[in-house]
Design a protein around this ligand. Structure first.
Ligand SMILES: C[S@@+](CC[C@H](N)C(=O)[O-])C[C@H]1O[C@@H](n2cnc3c(N)ncnc32)[C@H](O)[C@@H]1O
Length: 437
C-alpha cells in the first residue's frame, strides 16, 4: 500500500478498514450497512453502494459495540445518486460541513425527506400524512452553491487558514469553498496570513452591509491586525479573552428581510442561508395567521426576526413578545422592535418565561436550537397556548420527539413543510403548524 493511499491514513488512525454495501439513509448524514452481522453507519457514502470504510470508534470498545461508525475512504461500486463532488476538499480526510457534496442535489432532498418521515414515524407522530412531506428547495436555489452567509475558518499552528475536518481538530485547506457566499470568497481569507494567536476567523456576509471579519484568539492583540486590501470596507473585529474589540467599522451588521432592516451582532446568530430569513419570515407569518389584537410569543427569538415580521399584524391592540436567552441578542431585539407598536423583547430562558405567564397566549412561534424545545416547554405550551403553535426546527430528531409530546397533550399537526436551507449537507429546516385536536 503506497504511503499516500487513503487506506494507509486510515490504518494510522487505528480503526479497521472494512468493505461494506450501504442501504438506506440513517440520521446524521450517514447510510446503513452491515459488517459480519453488525450495523455500521457509514459517512461519506450514498444509498446502495459498495465502499471501503474505516471504522472510527474507539478500538477498545469495538468488540462489545452494538454498532460501528465508519467513514468512506474508497468507492468500489458507486450509488446511482453519486456525482463528482461539488467540493473536492470536503469529506473524509478533508473539511467537514458538506457531507453530501458527492450526492446529486435532487437525491439529497429525496434522502432528507425519507429521513424526516422515518424520524416522525419512529417517534409515533400520527396526525399528519407523511407521504405529503417533501423537502423543498429555497426559492431560486438551483445549484445549492454560494448560500452560506456565515463561515467559520480555523487557523492551524503554522498560520494556515482552512477549515476543520469532521470530528477533528486538524485544519485542512478549503480550496474554492463553493458553499460560501461570494462576498466571503472575495475576502480571500485562505491566502491571508493572520496575526499570531489567531485560532479561528468568522466571516459574515450580511444582506445590507459590508462583510464582517471576526478574528478569534485568547491572547490576540487587536493592534496587531493589518487589514488587507481584499477586505474592502469590511467590519473588522477581534474576540479575545477580554471581550470583543472593534478594529474597524461596527460590532453589528444590517440584514434586510423584505421591507425590514434588522441589526444583528456580527458574532451572534442569524439564519445562514442567504434566502432563509426572508423565506422563514414569510412562512411563519402565513402559518401563524396573526389577527389584530392577538397576543403572541416569539420564543428563542434571536434579534426579533419573527416578532418584527408578525408585529404589524397584531397591531397596537395586540402584544408580540420576543423571548431570547442571549443578553446581547435580546438587547438588539429590543432595538429592532422599538418602532413596532405592541412588540417588545425580553431576555429570558424560554421555559422560565412561559412558566411565569399564567394567563397564557393566543399564538406562539418557537425556533429552538438543535436540542429542541424539550418536554417541559412542550407541556407548558400545550397547556398555555390557546390557538396555534408554529414550530421552526433545524433538527428533525428533536422535532419528532417534541411533536409526539404535543400530540399526546391534545394537539395535532395542521401543516408540515421542510426546506433545504443547508444544501450539500444532511441538515434541513422544518416548519410545523400545530392546532388543538
Ligand atoms: C435557531 S436560533 C433562532 C433565532 C431567531 N428565531 C431567528 O430566526 O433569527 C435559536 C435562538 O435561541 C436562543 N436560545 C438558546 N437557548 C435558549 C433558551 N433556553 N431560552 C431562550 N433562548 C434560547 C439562542 O441564543 C438563539 O438566538
Amino acid at each position: 500500500m503506497a504511503a499516500d493511499d487513503p487506506r494507509s491514513r486510515a490504518s494510522r488512525t487505528g480503526g479497521p478498514v472494512i468493505t461494506v454495501t450501504t442501504t438506506v439513509p440513517a440520521t446524521g448524514g450517514t447510510f446503513v450497512a452491515r459488517h459480519e452481522g453488525r450495523v455500521v453507519f457509514v459517512r461519506g457514502s450514498a444509498p446502495h453502494e459498495t465502499v471501503t470504510a474505516r471504522v472510527i470508534d474507539d478500538p477498545a470498545t469495538l468488540e462489545s459495540a452494538r454498532f460501528w461508525r465508519a467513514e468512506t475512504i474508497d468507492v468500489l461500486e458507486p450509488s446511482v445518486d453519486r456525482v463528482p463532488s461539488i467540493w473536492p476538499e470536503a469529506g473524509t480526510d478533508g473539511v467537514g460541513g458538506a457531507d453530501w457534496a458527492h450526492i446529486a442535489l435532487p437525491a439529497q432532498r429525496r434522502i432528507a425527506t425519507d429521513v424526516l418521515a422515518e424520524l416522525l414515524q419512529r417517534a409515533k407522530v400520527t396526525s399528519f400524512p407523511l407521504e405529503d412531506v417533501q423537502v423543498e428547495p429555497a426559492p431560486h436555489d438551483e445549484d445549492g452553491l454560494g448560500w452560506r452567509t456565515r463561515v467559520r475558518f480555523a487557523v492551524d499552528a503554522d498560520g494556515l487558514v482552512g477549515m476543520r475536518g469532521w470530528r477533528s481538530h486538524e485544519v485542512f485547506p478549503v480550496g474554492e469553498n463553493p458553499l460560501a457566499a461570494p462576498a466571503i470568497r472575495e475576502l480571500d481569507l485562505p491566502s491571508w496570513t493572520p496575526p499570531e494567536g489567531t485560532e479561528a476567523i468568522d466571516a459574515v456576509a450580511p444582506s445590507a452591509d459590508a462583510p464582517a471579519v471576526v478574528l478569534i484568539g485568547r491572547d490576540l492583540d487587536p493592534g496587531a491586525v493589518r487589514i488587507p486590501g481584499s477586505w474592502g470596507e469590511a467590519h473588522v473585529l477581534v474576540q479575545n479573552a477580554r471581550g470583543l474589540h472593534v478594529v474597524r467599522g461596527a460590532e453589528t451588521v444590517r440584514e434586510k428581510v423584505g421591507d425590514l432592516e434588522l441589526v444583528v451582532g456580527a458574532t451572534g446568530f442569524w439564519q445562514v442561508h442567504r434566502s432563509a430569513a426572508t423565506l422563514l419570515g414569510d412562512v411563519v407569518a402565513q402559518d401563524l395567521a396573526v389577527r389584530a389584537g392577538d397576543s403572541v410569543w416569539d420564543l428563542f427569538g434571536g434579534v426579533g426576526l419573527f416578532a418584527a415580521r408578525i408585529g404589524p399584524a397584531a397591531g397596537a391592540d395586540g402584544e408580540v413578545v420576543s423571548v431570547e436567552g442571549n443578553r446581547r441578542a435580546g438587547h438588539l431585539a429590543a432595538q429592532n422592535l422599538a418602532g413596532i407598536p405592541g412588540a417588545s423583547a425580553r431576555t429570558s430562558d424560554a421555559a422560565d418565561w412561559v412558566r411565569q405567564q399564567k394567563r397564557g397566549v393566543d399564538r406562539v412561534v418557537l425556533d429552538p436550537p438543535r436540542a429542541g424545545a424539550g418536554g417541559e416547554l412542550m407541556e407548558l405550551l400545550a397547556e398555555r397556548v390557546r390557538e396555534r403553535i408554529v414550530y421552526v426546527s433545524c433538527e428533525p430528531s428533536t422535532l419528532a420527539r417534541d411533536l409526539a409530546i404535543a400530540e399526546q397533550r391534545g394537539w395535532r399537526i395542521e401543516d408540515l413543510r421542510a426546506f433545504d436551507l443547508y444544501p450539500h449537507t444532511h441538515h434541513l429546516e422544518t416548519v410545523v403548524v400545530l392546532e388543538r385536536a
